[in-house]
Design a protein around this ligand. Structure first.
Ligand SMILES: NC(=O)c1ccc[n+]([C@@H]2O[C@H](COP(=O)([O-])OP(=O)(O)OC[C@H]3O[C@@H](n4cnc5c(N)ncnc54)[C@H](O)[C@@H]3O)[C@@H](O)[C@H]2O)c1
Length: 354
């Protein structure tokens, strides 16, 4: 307990003097990744996620606030611990690509808890892809077979390359089998990833794509109860990283498959509303990821058969990426200080600004 209070005090002191609001745009994130490298950034993020999941009970957690709108959803994802508060604004509009707009777009903020001052405002469309892929592979380190060699990707949209690369950094992959209903998306994935020395196998359907797979990532976008994977299609024990079912009425796995597999989720309270397990009974309970990270429970495909990581994306993942990016932005002097919070002599005299 004493050590814990000591570390909280150190962190509080660390942020005490910081008052400027740093704004990070797309080009800032791009130059950060260029400086650090995609692999190193992903690995640092996995480490940061593990640190934060490890201190799960210190976070003030809530399921995200979702406004369901025609054709999509707009969500706010807040979370805080004793030192930092973050939130992400994110949408999910699966038909947006028809207008050449992203399905997912996001921005985020990091603030100091002691005074509420915003410290950073940041693009998060790219960062969401990074943090989702890092979270997927962090879970896979515990849940998938260590010697996994074949990755299957269903859905070759915006998230797909980030997913593939994160798995490539942690597993000795020999082959990636991929399928998307959109042939252009498949061609784009192949073009982007062909420089990596891995066998890329485009497939004609899901059945072909999941042949001999050790790990399956489903990252499709469609606001409906899809059955991309059905129980009868799964022939070998496999790790299923299901990230595309993340909203009420938006799932990717057949109910029978979910019922008959071991399931791990991020935050049960949120996942029961948004995840694959929304299809199961209201009192359904499964393991949460923090229990795995802390070693309180051990689950692996080798010992438990097929395991589903029912990922919907939880605010702690945005907290981790924002806190990491903030530290790196300071270190490399990236971003722009912006005057979005008034700085005046007499704070009671707000009127003097006009
Ligand atoms: N769990 C998380 O933390 C998290 C984070 C980010 C995104 N997501 C979800 O991941 C999904 C993918 O996001 P994105 O940004 O890559 O979206 P995207 O629109 O760029 O790509 C989705 C792809 O899925 C394909 N698709 C749709 N139905 C399909 C089907 N039946 N079979 C094969 N392919 C199909 C589309 O053609 C498209 O290329 C979305 O549903 C999004 O909400 C989850």
């Amino acid at each position: 307990m004493k050590t814990y209070i000591f570390f909280v005090s150190i962190r509080l002191v660390k942020y005490k003097k910081e008052t400027k609001l740093r704004v990070l745009q797309i080009q800032d994130i791009k130059s950060l990744i260029e400086k650090i490298g995609h692999e190193k950034f992903t690995k640092e993020l996995v480490k940061t996620l593990e640190e934060d999941y490890f201190k799960w009970e210190t976070f003030d957690k809530t399921p995200r606030v979702a406004n369901h709108v025609n054709g999509g959803v707009i969500e706010l994802m807040p979370i805080s611990d004793e030192v930092l508060y973050t939130f992400k604004y994110v949408n999910g509009h699966p038909k947006n690509p028809e207008q050449n707009k992203f399905t997912i777009m996001a921005t985020g903020q990091l603030s100091k808890v002691s005074t509420g001052e915003p410290l950073m405002f940041c693009e998060m469309t790219l960062l969401t892809a990074f943090r989702t892929a890092a979270n997927s592979v962090m879970a896979a380190k515990y849940l998938a077979k260590k010697d996994s060699q074949v990755l299957s990707l269903i859905g070759a949209g915006a998230q797909s390359e980030f997913q593939f690369l994160a798995f490539l950094y942690y597993f000795d992959l020999k082959e990636v089998r991929f399928y998307d209903v959109d042939i252009d998306a498949m061609n784009k994935f192949e073009k982007n990833m062909k420089k990596f020395n891995i066998k890329l196998t485009p497939c004609k359907n899901v059945e072909e794509a999941i042949q001999d797979a050790d790990i399956i990532t489903t990252c499709t976008a469609d606001k409906s109860y899809q059955t991309i994977l059905k129980k009868d299609m799964i022939k070998n024990d496999v790790y299923i990283n299901a990230i595309g079912g993340d909203c009420p009425g938006k799932t990717e796995l057949e109910k029978e498959l979910v019922e008959n597999s071991v399931v791990v989720c991020e935050f049960l309270e949120q996942c029961k509303i948004e995840g694959e397990i929304q299809q199961l009974a209201k009192d359904y309970v499964c393991t949460e990821l923090y229990e795995i990270v802390r070693g309180e429970k051990t689950i692996n495909v080798q010992t438990h058969g097929s395991v589903i990581f029912d990922s919907v994306g939880f605010a702690i993942e945005d907290y981790s990426v924002l806190r990491l990016v903030y530290e790196l932005a300071k270190k490399y002097n990236i971003g722009t200080n912006m005057n979005l919070v008034p700085q005046i002599e007499d704070v009671k005299d707000l009127y003097s600004l006009l």
